[in-house]
Design a protein around this ligand. Structure first.
Ligand code: SAM
Length: 279
């Protein structure tokens, strides 16, 4: 069992290192995930694990963050945001950026890759002319293990059954054994990198489109606000931000305002000024 003191330490560690706010109702979940990690690492107890974390063992910290983050995701999650991307956001940006022929997209908590690959597939499927542009899709996450899976682009039958139209499965995946691997040309469109939203960021952006979906829900208000302010700074002034469906009514002041497209979960910077492409 995790003692009260150790649970409080883990809570504080997760808050400090990943911005994640854990409620006391998550104690059982935390304990069972840490128990699995103790087994994987061949340690003798939860207390030993906590002891190593107290000694600031960075390898153990990284594995701990890995097991304590929730990586739930699926292809074309919530559908509507991807419809908004196809019907409104990309046509608009294509009009505005034609002269520069480049677009920069960031999936900022990409988990195992379904989100950035959905964007890549959507571009291939509906905007083939964009393939002649310089399109960059950066996909980042705090968790090295989900990024590794994302890079391989290999999914179980269950995973491809979630959200992915059958026609896309046939067209953009190949079967390997009982699993499916996303085609190499789609994989090559996405670059995966480790990035902690509450840590130091490498120089990135400016982005035309940012997907920051289903990660702010784990942060407290102050952290949400800080992360959104930083995201705003790496976006072009007329760029678009997609949040998760539970994140559209954040009770905080942000530099963003919602796009009047129902359930798109899409936002723009307030007082968007004319494009500053090429800056
Ligand atoms: C629930 S998944 C969302 C995946 C995808 N965006 C979606 O909406 O389907 C949340 C992801 O956020 C990542 N995450 C949690 N805290 C993070 C942080 N501080 N920095 C970057 N990623 C973080 C987790 O590792 C996890 O993969």
């Amino acid at each position: 069992m995790l003692s009260d003191k150790d649970f409080a330490f883990i809570k504080q560690l997760l808050q400090q290192e990943a911005g994640i706010s854990l409620g006391s109702d998550k104690r059982y979940l935390v304990e069972s995930r840490l128990r699995k990690l103790v087994e994987e690492l061949g340690l003798d107890s939860l207390q030993t694990l906590v002891g190593l974390l107290r000694q600031k063992r960075t390898d153990i910290l990284s594995r701990t963050l890995d097991v304590l983050t929730t990586n739930e995701t699926l292809f074309f999650r919530d559908r509507k945001p991807f419809e908004a991307l196809r019907q409104y956001v990309l046509p608009e940006l294509i009009r505005k950026r034609r002269q520069y022929a480049r677009l920069s997209i960031w999936s900022a908590a990409a988990s195992t890759g379904q989100e950035p690959y959905s964007i890549a597939i959507l571009i291939k499927e509906h905007f083939p002319s964009l393939l002649k542009w310089r399109i960059s899709i950066l996909a980042t996450d705090i968790s090295p293990s989900v990024l590794e899976k994302a890079r391989q682009g290999i999914y179980s039958q269950l995973e491809v059954n979630r959200g992915l139209p059958a026609a896309y499965l046939v067209k953009y995946f190949r079967k390997i054994g009982k699993q499916w691997q996303i085609r190499e040309d789609v994989r090559r469109m996405v670059e995966f990198r480790e990035l902690n939203l509450v840590g130091n960021w490498p120089p990135i952006g400016p982005f035309d489109i940012v997907f920051l979906r289903n990660v702010l829900i784990y942060f407290d208000l102050a952290t949400k606000q800080r992360v959104l302010a930083r995201v705003a700074r790496v976006m072009r002034p007329d760029g678009y931000l997609f949040l998760g469906s539970a994140e559209t009514t954040l009770q905080i002041s942000t530099p963003f305002e919602p796009l009047p497209v129902p359930r798109s979960c899409c936002f723009r910077l307030k007082q968007a000024s004319p494009a500053t492409v090429g800056r």
